[in-house]
Design a protein around this ligand. Structure first.
Ligand code: DAK
Length: 257
């Protein structure tokens, strides 16, 4: 299997998805991407799952799309394969996605990490968009998401030279939420996922949608969207439970309703 799905016993509301082509540094071939798309679709529909962690292994999150698979392709082949549909579907996952990154997150690997909502990195993680060295350019959101995350000057340098960005710098520029020692990156990502999974799934979904809007619209429209989702959160049983639990000085038990 190019992908391993784990439902860890001690994290009842978190799913862990592991990219599993270690010999190829988790190069993202069509088969792996299709499996990822289907797995995320299934997890998105599973009421027990409230947050999803995507990881690779210590050496590589993913070293990019599979160059050997892409090398002989023509523009029309690429058009007909329509990998963008797969990437778009992954992007539309409604539950929170956390990338737990160690080692290489390059090209499509960096783009996949950035498609997630948050990134926890090990000290050994390196991010990069080296497509330019192959005579192409990023195609799965790299020029857009990297620029929004770290600003034009740094993004331009990375995209035009293929230069890597080490974890601590990535954290300083705001690409990464937190950098931890290599033996802790997965635990830290699972801890963050647990923390989110303890919240109201309805409120989390509405809030994720609203934060994402900040990147897609102007301020007026974003505020309008936020207000509609804010009102909607008052239609949930979780809102009643959250506020009642506060008043009764007890932890809330959110049902996602
Ligand atoms: N594809 C295929 N194989 C890869 C690979 C990749 N991206 N990266 C590494 N491998 C393979 C190597 O070929 C090698 O295989 P063997 O020779 O053992 O058979 C094995 O993994 C170990 O790699 P190395 O021997 O090279 O290991 P090193 O530690 O020496 O170097 C490295 C690690 C990560 C610096 C190096 O492997 C490297 O530079 N890899 C390529 C990085 C890269 O250029 N990535 C960007 C690829 S282009 C699209 C969406 C997305 C994309 C395109 C289209 N659509 C929606 C249409 C994305 C494009 C890309 O990502």
């Amino acid at each position: 299997m190019d992908l391993i799905l784990v439902r860890p016993h001690f994290h009842p509301h978190v799913a862990l998805v592991q990219l599993n082509r270690p010999k190829e540094l988790n190069a993202l071939n069509l088969q792996l991407m299709a499996q990822l798309r289907e797995t995320l679709k299934q997890l998105d529909a599973d009421e027990e799952v409230r947050a999803i962690v995507i990881t690779g292994n210590e050496r590589a999150f993913a070293a990019g799309a599979d160059i050997k698979e892409m090398a002989g392709k023509s523009a029309i082949d690429m058009f007909l394969i329509d990998q963008f549909a797969t990437w778009d579907q992954i992007r539309k996952t409604r539950k929170p996605l956390i990338a737990a990154v160690s080692g290489f997150a390059l090209g499509g690997g960096c783009e996949l990490a950035m498609t997630c909502d948050m990134i926890i990195a090990s000290e050994t993680a390196v991010f990069g968009q080296p497509e330019i060295k192959l005579g192409i350019m990023p195609g799965a959101g790299g020029t857009q998401r990297l620029t929004r995350a770290i600003g034009k000057a740094k993004a331009m340098e990375m995209v035009l030279t293929g230069k890597h960005l080490p974890a601590l710098e990535a954290e300083r520029y705001g690409l990464v939420n937190k950098v931890v020692p290599v033996d802790l990156y997965l635990d830290e990502a699972m801890r963050l996922a647990d923390e989110i999974a303890a919240m109201s799934p309805v409120a989390v979904r509405l809030a994720k949608e609203s934060v994402n809007r900040a990147f897609e619209t102007d301020l007026d429209e974003g505020l309008h969207f936020e207000r509609k989702n804010f009102y909607l959160s008052f239609a949930s049983e979780d809102q009643q439970e959250g506020m009642q639990a506060f008043i009764e000085k007890r932890p809330p038990h959110f049902q996602g309703k």
